[in-house]
Ligand binder design. Structure first.
Ligand code: DAT
Ligand code: MG
Length: 150
């Protein structure tokens, strides 16, 4: 089994709805350890770097606005950025988070429990890296090496 690290973001909708504690509880219950955490206001540059691979998608402008916290209905500029560590953490955390589309996410997952779609925008509460390469890239974007413990 590989020990991996993965990036989690509690997005502005999750912060506004005070779902950070529930999300953290689920990650810890699933056996993963928090090794970095901070509250961030996402700038245009950070948003574009984080979602760089999606820049051609039709929903990209909404996505950028949403993560910055100024999309309609979610006027909250806080994102909680965290790194979790554990055995097969990338896949394991994704299983806890659930499918991208809140309407397709399984009932027991975070997105299945709390996600919703508003005017075509996926308000899906959390981000989690999709694979180990993505995790390495994303952790470097959000954290300096000394901010990640272990
Ligand atoms: P995930 O967040 O599950 O890794 P992704 O990387 O494919 O999904 O996309 C990043 C975000 O973009 C996702 O959390 C919500 C948004 N998104 C993806 N597909 C979408 C779609 N078809 N319509 C609206 N938003 C979408
Ligand atoms: Mg993704």
């Amino acid at each position: 089994m590989a020990i991996e690290k993965t990036l989690i973001l509690i997005k502005p909708d999750g912060m506004k709805r005070r779902l950070a504690g529930i999300a953290i509880d689920r990650f810890e219950t699933a056996g993963f350890d928090m090794v970095a955490a901070k509250i961030v206001t996402v700038t245009e540059d950070l948003a574009r770097e984080h979602y760089a691979l999606l820049k051609e998608m039709p929903f990209f402008p909404n996505l950028i606005q949403f993560i910055k916290g100024d999309f309609h209905g979610v006027p909250d500029r806080r994102v909680l950025a965290m790194v979790y560590k554990g055995e097969n953490a990338v896949k394991g955390i994704r299983a806890v988070v659930g499918a991208t589309n809140p309407e397709q996410a399984a009932p027991g997952t975070i997105r299945g429990s709390f996600g919703r779609i508003s005017q075509g925008n996926f308000e899906n509460v959390v981000h989690a890296s999709g694979n180990p390469e993505e995790a390495d890239r994303e952790i470097k974007i959000w954290f300096r090496p000394e901010e990640v413990i272990g």
